[in-house]
Design a protein around this ligand. Structure first.
Ligand SMILES: [Zn+2]
Length: 174
């Protein structure tokens, strides 16, 4: 679905979680903690995840069937051990930039379409940050999948609605 969707766009950015093996978002780094529990870190609450997307391992690779050869940028996020990054624009302190805002502005883009994983975390935070930065934002909802921790799907829809993020399905993209 993402392949077909991406074909309809001239400009595509791919993002990739790219964590050090001892990343603070990994439950395995916190003795006694389990995945999907929340802890308090310097920048606020952080949900703990199973180990995933460790730098330069197979787990960090794109899905083997993803074909977006015309993508102009691959942005790696979550590269610092002590801070997670759901959003593709800012890390989880909501202040440390990834540089993507500058990239998009320099290229003259004013609207972004978002799709991928996970709807209620990375897509949500990216959409919120993009709105905050003044971009028009469209989330292609059937090209996303969510996790749904403690009502996070419903909270995401509510937040996006409030911020004026448009939600569509792939058939609406022509
Ligand atoms: Zn991650």
């Amino acid at each position: 679905m993402i392949n077909r969707l991406a074909e309809r766009f001239d400009h595509v950015v791919l993002t990739q979680d790219w964590h050090p093996s001892n990343h603070l978002s990994f439950a395995s780094e916190h003795p006694g903690k389990k995945p999907y529990e929340s802890i308090l870190v310097e920048y606020g609450p952080q949900i703990l995840w199973p180990d995933h997307c460790v730098q330069a391992t197979r787990g960090a690779e794109f899905h083997k069937d993803l074909r977006v050869p015309h993508a102009g940028l691959v942005l790696r996020k979550g590269i610092h051990r002590k801070i997670d990054s759901y959003s593709t624009f800012y890390e989880n302190d909501r202040k440390t930039p990834t540089g993507l805002v500058g990239y998009l502005r320099d290229r003259g883009f004013t609207r972004v379409f978002l799709a991928g994983l996970a709807f209620d975390f990375c897509v949500r935070y990216s959409a919120e940050d993009a709105r905050r930065e003044g971009f028009a934002v469209v989330v292609v909802e059937d090209a996303c999948r969510g996790i749904d921790i403690e009502g996070s799907m419903a909270a995401t829809r509510e937040s996006l609605e409030k911020l004026g993020v448009v939600r569509i399905t792939t058939e609406a993209v022509d």
